[in-house]
Design a protein around this ligand. Structure first.
Ligand code: APR
Length: 185
């Protein structure tokens, strides 16, 4: 019997080059760009992306997207049609609700993808860079959340977990293999 995680695949590379329906951006609450994958996505998408982000309403001073939530914009010059901007938690030791906030990122991004009828979506390793989330723990949260959410999202054909480097690819693949093995029990 097909399980939801059959629709999840780990790939290694630059997320800005993927011709999928949406790539997810690991943004910050200001949604005005930054470094890491945020910077790469804005560079590749062109200045229209920043204009689209700036046009999104601030829900409090300097906050367009609270941690755990997601916002969608067009992809402009990217091969991806849309960018789903999400804001991961900053790692603070693990007992400040970081796992729940990280799970909320994957959940809210998938919800937006479903609302827009998107079928292929690619995630970077949210919070695993500047925000300092330990990769193995983040990978387990990502895979567990995807397994739960994809149960309800038959219309989503494929989720790519994009690693920028080999160690992250191995970490993501290990988490995926572990979750699949648990699912087989
Ligand atoms: N493609 C895929 N993955 C990438 C790319 C890329 N082009 N560039 C970086 N990454 C990876 C990093 O190697 C890391 O594993 O994305 C993961 C997330 O790292 P960050 O981009 O640093 O994001 P995060 O840890 O969530 O921190 C977000 O950083 O860039 C700022 O504006 C951003 O303030 C926000 C904070």
């Amino acid at each position: 019997m097909a399980t939801p995680l059959d629709r999840v695949r780990v790939v290694q590379g630059d997320i800005t080059r993927l011709a999928v329906d949406a790539i997810v951006n690991a943004a910050n609450q200001r949604l005005l760009g930054g470094g890491g994958v945020d910077g790469a996505i804005h560079r590749a998408a062109g200045p229209e992306l920043l204009a689209a982000c700036r046009a999104l309403p601030e829900i409090s001073p300097g906050v367009r997207c609270p941690t755990g939530e997601s916002r969608i914009t067009p992809g402009f010059r990217l091969p991806a049609r849309y960018v789903i901007h999400t804001v991961g938690p900053v790692w603070a030791g693990g007992d400040r609700g970081e796992p729940e906030k990280l799970a909320a990122c994957y959940r809210s991004a998938l919800a937006l993808a479903r609302e827009h009828g998107l079928r292929r979506i690619a995630f970077p390793a949210i919070s695993c860079g500047v925000y300092g989330y330990p990769p193995a723990q983040a990978a387990r949260v990502a895979v567990a959340t995807l397994a739960a959410e994809l149960m309800k999202a038959e219309a989503i054909d494929e989720v790519l977990l994009v690693a920028f480097d080999e160690p992250m690819a191995q970490t993501l693949q290990a988490a995926l293999d572990e979750a699949r093995a648990e699912g087989d029990d």
